[in-house]
Design a protein around this ligand. Structure first.
Ligand SMILES: [Zn+2]
Length: 290
């Protein structure tokens, strides 16, 4: 508890008579500053987020064996839908702040995206001295790593995209219905397909990183997590030592073997698809979207 301090920042409007004052508070922990608007978010909610973030931070730093020097800012911004521009949690690419919203399925406030965005923010702190390469292959790995590591630091994640199910179930079930997106296509069309085909992209990309860990070990994923120059399949091959097409085919057999070994895998896959918020998400179709 010795790390917790509280500070209050009052921002005065230049036209105080026209605009109500917005009071921002912040709750500081050892590695985070949790910012929130008074009246919109309670100090108790901020404290819960700060405590959870510290737990995830400890697990992530033991996995990645690096620590960012400065505090990570987490901005709590009310219910999802209060601002239609911000439907999903995100890390802004200028300040590197995490922006979180309350989702109906959260079992603690601002849970959705906390562990996933924390992985991005943590790594962006290290990568902040270099320009983030805008290559699709880099983003393909970036999102896969963030989603896979969020599963490790928040086991049995009850929110997006697992909703309480394993990666094997959520990724493996696409093959039952023939709705998987080839990883080569997801990589080359990352900017177009990932935001459109959200449930497919996040599960398949995270599952690919899980496969790299199972096949090549923790050190390979850690090296990839701090790789700065992965632009395409060739540069990815130089990190792993095998062509992407070979990796993809090994990944598919490995995933299907693990998925099919789960008792009731078909029923679990259908439960994930039809009895969680995935039901309301758009699923891309071959021949229509790619
Ligand atoms: Zn992400």
């Amino acid at each position: 508890m010795r790390y917790f301090t509280l500070s209050v920042i009052v921002l005065f409007s230049s036209l105080a008579w026209a605009q109500p004052q917005e009071v921002f508070e912040s709750w500081k922990t050892r590695h985070f500053e949790v910012r929130y608007k008074q009246g919109q978010t309670s100090r108790k909610e901020a404290r819960v987020v700060g405590k959870k973030a510290e737990v995830f931070f400890r697990r992530l730093s033991s996995y990645l064996a690096h620590k960012p020097k400065n505090k990570i800012v987490i901005s709590l911004e009310g219910n999802r839908g209060d601002d239609p521009k911000h439907r999903w949690a995100y890390v802004d690419d200028t300040a590197g702040w995490m922006h979180l919203f309350r989702f109906p399925e959260d079992s603690f406030p601002y849970q959705t995206g906390l562990s996933h965005e924390l992985v991005h923010a943590y790594r962006f702190k290290h990568l902040s001295e270099i320009e983030m390469p805008p290559a699709p292959a880099f983003i393909f790995l970036e999102e896969g790593i963030a989603e896979y590591l969020s599963n490790l630091i928040e086991p049995n994640k009850a929110t997006f995209v697992n909703f309480g199910h394993s990666l094997e179930v959520s990724a493996g079930q696409w093959f039952e219905s023939g709705e998987d997106i080839p990883l080569e296509t997801l990589l080359s069309e990352q900017y177009h397909l990932r935001p459109k085909c959200i449930p497919q992209a996040y599960t398949l990309q995270a599952s690919f990183i899980q496969f790299l860990e199972l096949e090549f070990g923790h050190a390979t994923v850690r090296r990839l997590a701090f790789a700065k120059d992965i632009r395409d399949e060739e540069t990815l091959q130089s990190y792993i030592g095998e062509p992407f097409s070979v990796l993809v085919s090994k990944w598919k057999s490995s995933l299907l073997r693990r998925y099919q070994a789960i008792p009731n895998h078909v029923a679990l896959g259908q439960a994930w698809r039809n009895q969680t918020p995935v039901l309301d998400m758009y699923v891309c179709k071959a021949g229509v979207d790619f």
